[in-house]
Design a binder for this molecule. Structure first.
Ligand code: HEC
Ligand code: HEC
Length: 164
């Protein structure tokens, strides 16, 4: 191997092994129902944005899901839960979500990780009519549906690019 190829190989190492913070593509093995059921009302959220215990709580309370009934038949519920739990985030990196309010399912937008990543985003943006809350990822992350959250793809409500 010549020096240039060695250098190229070394530089690409992080992309192979360690997942990047801006790369949230769905891990392999997603059951078709995950996209069709959990992507019906909002983005099919990346599994690694909640810890396993929080996903179990989300999946245990689908009949009262943030004011909606998102119930599934039991076989479908179990297959989706297994996928989410199997690909859940690491507690030491994310932090638990905790209930946003009593009786409510855990929110991935309530983890320490999510808050840290968005500490520069002014609260006025979350309330903006085109956003209506931090769960609406695609309002700002234009490639969210494809699992990409790169800074250069962010367009804030009003049209301002986050990064030129
Ligand atoms: C009938 C519509 C509907 C379906 C189906 C649905 N959801 Fe939701 N979900 C909602 C609503 C409404 C909210 C609250 C959004 C908000 O506050 O902006 C929500 C919020 C969430 C949140 C918290 C987002 C945050 O604020 O951090 C998670 C996690 C979530 N849903 C997971 C799921 C999963 C997993 C499924 C599939 C099993 C699912 N949802 C199916 C309507 C739905
Ligand atoms: C109101 C606009 C807005 C919404 C809604 C929003 N974000 Fe962000 N997000 C941002 C901005 C702006 C940054 C960059 C902040 C910085 O660089 O300080 C960011 C950063 C990120 C990053 C870090 C990217 C990196 O390169 O490290 C991830 C991952 C992310 N957001 C995921 C999400 C997810 C998932 C959701 C929905 C649950 C969401 N965001 C909702 C504006 C938003």
């Amino acid at each position: 191997m010549n020096a240039l190829r060695l250098l190229t190989a070394l530089l690409s190492l992080p992309l192979l092994g360690v997942a990047q913070a801006d790369d949230m593509r769905l891990p392999a093995g997603a059951p078709p129902a995950f996209q069709s059921e959990c992507g019906a009302c909002h983005l099919a959220f990346p599994p690694r944005l909640l810890v396993a215990e929080d996903w179990r709580r989300v999946m245990a309370g689908l009949d009262q899901h943030f004011g909606d009934n998102a119930s599934l038949d039991e076989p479908t519920r179990r297959v989706i839960e297994a996928y989410l739990v199997g690909n859940a985030g690491k507690p030491n990196k994310l932090g638990p979500a905790g209930p946003a309010s009593p009786g409510e399912a855990p929110r991935l937008t309530a983890t320490a990780w999510f808050k840290r990543k968005h500490h520069e985003v002014s609260p006025a943006y979350w309330r903006h009519a085109d956003v209506r809350g931090p769960a609406n990822c695609a309002a700002c992350h234009k490639q969210a549906a494809a699992g990409s959250y790169r800074e250069r793809e962010i367009v804030m409500p009003g049209g301002r690019r986050w990064q030129d």
